[in-house]
Write a protein that binds this ligand. Structure first.
Ligand code: ISE
Length: 337
């Protein structure tokens, strides 16, 4: 029996998840959807093979024809929907952030811990990207010795007009925060966020680009350049520097075109294209785990820890000084591996 998945929010990410589930995840089908825009929900339901369209997210969660839930609605709805899934005993894949506030993240971590089983997966899809997975495998195998530094670049071609200085950290660089925690297997202890002169392509007051410096518990320093209006394309890079060498994420395979005296490769333009394989692997892992009544990959604690680091980064940018990350001592049910 395929896992019957309900999707709350069929905007950009929800629509991607619906298409991937319908086209690339044999063990699952889209059973129900909802969206504030009913016409959008109807279109996604139809394209997904005729899913039920509900009026609201709580209806999707409560639907007895839904075994597992994907939450891709606005961030301020995530906590209550994830808590409802925990109450219903349904595995949930929640797009980042886990919740709009740290307090709500803590509530989700505590509720899952009280349940005593993992039911929350957070949408840090880079953990399912083949390149990042290979980088982690070889790092954890000791190929470059003890990690000392890492250099990350996260460039979007363009960001939506509503993007704020804070969102460069909470919505974009948060991917590097999770990737660093996962690659190195430790927490981030301190964050320093800085901003050079800003590009003229953003409204006044928006600090774009930014440099976010992460310091881990063991003293590894990670510099992250985040630039969400880089224009030329979508460009994500990661190089870990160890005592015996470096491991660097190679750009996706591309064709080099040489003609009329010019040689070059096309640059992908968006994260859906760059991480297409990661989204498929993420949903396949979610569906396979949901069939066993649990989840895979990054969990509630990872969502909370990444949010805590991001919030410290926002505070650092505003205050102009490093900010220590304060994580609750409560042991998570199980951090994602
Ligand atoms: C977006 O929300 C994502 O998750 C993308 O992976 C990231 O590259 C982009 O900057 C975010 O806005």
């Amino acid at each position: 029996m395929p896992v019957r998945v309900g999707i709350v929010g069929t905007g950009a990410m929800g629509a991607v998840h619906a298409r991937v589930l319908a086209e690339a995840v044999a063990g699952a089908r889209v059973a129900a959807v909802c969206d504030a825009r009913g016409d959008v929900a109807e279109a996604v339901a139809s394209e997904a093979g005729g899913a039920t369209v509900h009026a609201g997210g709580s209806d999707v969660v409560a639907d007895p024809g839904v075994d597992a839930v994907v939450v891709a609605s606005p961030a301020d709805t995530h906590a209550e929907l994830v808590l409802a899934c925990l109450e219903a005993g349904k595995p949930v894949l929640c797009e980042k952030p886990l919740a709009a506030t740290l307090e709500d993240c803590r509530r989700v971590v505590a509720a899952e811990a009280a349940l005593g089983r993992r039911l929350v997966q957070v949408g840090f899809m880079r953990r399912f990207d083949p390149g990042y997975a290979e980088l982690r495998r070889r790092l954890r195998a000791g190929e470059i010795g003890t990690p000392l530094l890492a250099h990350c670049v996260h460039r979007n071609a363009h960001a939506p007009g509503f993007f704020t200085s804070d969102m460069l950290i909470t919505d974009s660089a948060v991917h590097e925060v999770d990737a660093v925690r996962w690659l190195l297997g430790e927490e981030v202890a301190r964050v320093t966020a800085l901003a050079p002169r800003s590009t003229r392509r953003v409204p006044g007051g928006v600090r774009d680009p930014q440099v976010v410096l992460l310091e881990t518990d063991s003293g590894v320093l990670v510099d992250v350049e985040v630039f969400v209006n880089a224009v030329y394309g979508y460009d994500v890079r990661c190089e870990v520097v160890g005592e015996d060498g470096t491991l660097e994420l190679a750009p996706p395979a591309a064709i080099v075109a040489r003609r009329q005296g010019v040689a070059g490769v096309a640059v992908v333009q968006g994260f859906q294209e760059r991480f297409a394989a990661a989204y498929v692997a993420e949903l396949r892992a979610f569906a396979a785990a949901a069939a066993r009544g649990t989840v895979a990959g990054p969990g509630a604690w990872d969502g909370y820890a990444a949010a805590a680091v991001a919030h410290a980064g926002v505070e650092s940018l505003r205050a102009g000084r490093p900010v220590d990350v304060a994580l609750d001592a409560q042991a998570p049910v199980a951090a994602g591996r």
